[in-house]
Design a protein around this ligand. Structure first.
Ligand SMILES: *Cc1c(COP(=O)(O)O)cnc(C)c1O
Length: 466
């Protein structure tokens, strides 16, 4: 990784941090302290009834733990790039924080690539995936020297033409689908027989086609598979990596040289949404790979990883005020400001994406009291806008707060503009003794911005004169 001076300074700060705790209890204690301070300091209040909070010490600890996990299972000097999947938390300050911690970026759209570049991530630390790259996107990536993983034969043919027309420093790989089967969440499973991603290795003739594609293209040097996702058992993920490694060995055997020099194992480590415990850990996954696919980690191959959720999810807290507390059909309902706009998956697919909810009082202190089944509702105008149904919690009152936990990835940073609800502010926090400091990673969206983004500018009269 390239470091500039301010990043070196941040790395320095990391070393002198008051021992960023990595245990579940540490992170829960930091969260309670941050919620209290967010209420006291007005980060959340009547005028800003919902915000996302990011635990900076937790993110740094996870980044360091990820690097250590793979260092522990590879010989010194093995090239390993950990490319954070930008889609998990698409915020430039987060990418810069990770960059300072030695983490690159995996991007899958022009927008994500623009974010990675804005964060100063070096091309050598950037990987472009995505199942629908246009010729212009491919040309840009190859011109910048960003690693590109082609998804399918048609895309590879486009890359052929571009590689012949201009030299490139980009390592080029091919994405394969080991077709190991799906996990518990169908919509997220990337390695089913009919998944839209990559070349399906078990389809008739496909494996031989891949081998020949490599033999025909000496510049094709990487294999990519991303077969994990939330709901996937570690053993299945390891099997997908094993199939990819065996294919690399087969290609290199046929080529008579180490043509495939790097294997990109993707991300997809599941996250525990049931408690503060981080499980499985990156270290457990790395050890599982070491046991199952030792040849992958013996130093002959460079490695790329693309973790998203497992790096960020547990470090985000969605904090919202309770506006009203009502009752319907005997069910208490807390009407809050966090709903489908900031927890889209949970609201639309509550059985796949249950979130832990913590109750806090008007001062931001953990609320106590006997647990009563309550609905935690959001502000949107449809009946299903619920963060949790009949959840046992101390009875909430107007002015209290609720926190939706483990929401640092794929939640408040992925706003959904239903009801023209404003994108909430996102704030990093860090503890300095009893003092909690906040910094905005993304300012709250203003009403003027909502109007402008909704055609309220020069498009205002566009339809009247058509
Ligand atoms: C989404 C995605 C990732 C990250 O997945 P997580 O489950 O967040 O770790 C990595 N690689 C690719 C190609 C992806 O599409």
């Amino acid at each position: 990784m390239a470091h500039d001076e301010d990043d070196d300074q941040q790395t320095q700060d990391l070393r002198t941090d008051t021992a960023p705790g990595t245990t579940a209890a540490d992170s829960a204690a930091r969260r309670d302290q941050a919620v209290r301070a967010a209420v006291e300091q007005g980060v959340v209040g009547p005028g800003a009834p919902v915000a996302g909070l990011l635990d900076i010490a937790g993110i740094r600890a996870s980044a360091a733990a990820l690097r250590a996990a793979f260092e522990a299972v590879t010989p010194p000097g093995t090239p390993v790039l950990h490319a954070f999947a930008v889609k998990a938390t698409p915020l430039v300050p987060v990418l810069r924080l990770l960059r300072a911690a030695g983490i690159g970026a995996e991007v899958a759209s022009p927008g994500e690539l623009a974010l990675a570049r804005a964060a100063g991530i070096a091309p050598a630390d950037t990987v472009l995936d995505s199942p629908a790259k246009t010729p212009a996107e491919l040309r840009q990536a190859l011109a910048l020297g960003i690693a590109v993983n082609a998804d399918n034969p048609q895309e590879l043919a486009r890359v052929d033409a571009l590689v012949q027309s201009a030299p490139t420093a980009s390592p080029v790989g091919l994405r394969v689908n080991p077709q190991i089967g799906g996990g518990a969440i169908g919509a997220l499973s990337t390695a089913t027989a009919t998944s839209k991603f990559g070349v399906p290795l078990l389809d008739e003739g496909a494996r031989e086609w891949v081998i020949q594609a490599f033999l025909d293209r000496p510049w094709l040097t990487r294999l990519h598979a991303h077969s994990g996702s939330q709901g996937m058992p570690l053993e299945m993920m390891a099997r997908g990596v094993e199939a990819t490694y065996e294919l690399a060995e087969a290609i290199n055997g046929r080529a008579g040289r180490r043509q495939v020099d790097t294997i990109d194992i993707g991300g997809g480590l599941p996250v525990n949404f049931g408690s503060d415990e981080e499980s499985p850990t990156h270290a457990q996954y790395a050890r599982r790979l070491k046991a199952r696919v030792p040849g992958l980690l013996d130093g002959r191959y460079g490695l790329v990883t693309e973790f998203g959720r497992s790096l960020l999810a547990k470090h985000g807290t969605l904090l919202a005020r309770v506006e009203y507390a009502k009752e319907a059909g005997g069910r208490p309902i807390a009407v809050t400001h966090a709903g489908v706009q900031v927890a889209t998956r949970t609201v639309y697919a509550p059985l796949s994406w249950p979130l832990r909810i913590a109750a806090y009082d008007a001062q931001g202190r953990p609320r106590s009291g006997p647990a009563v089944g309550q609905d935690i509702a959001g502000p949107a105008c449809f009946a299903g806008d619920l963060l949790a149904e009949n959840r046992p919690l101390p009875l909430l009152e107007p002015g209290d707060h609720i926190a939706a936990l483990d929401t640092g990835a794929y939640y408040f940073a992925q706003h959904y503009s239903y009801n023209s609800l404003a994108r909430p502010g996102i704030y990093g926090f860090s503890l300095h003794g009893d003092d909690v400091r906040f910094a905005a990673a993304r300012e709250p969206q203003t009403l003027d911005e909502i109007v402008a983004e909704s055609g309220g500018g020069s498009e205002r009269d566009a339809l009247r004169y058509l």
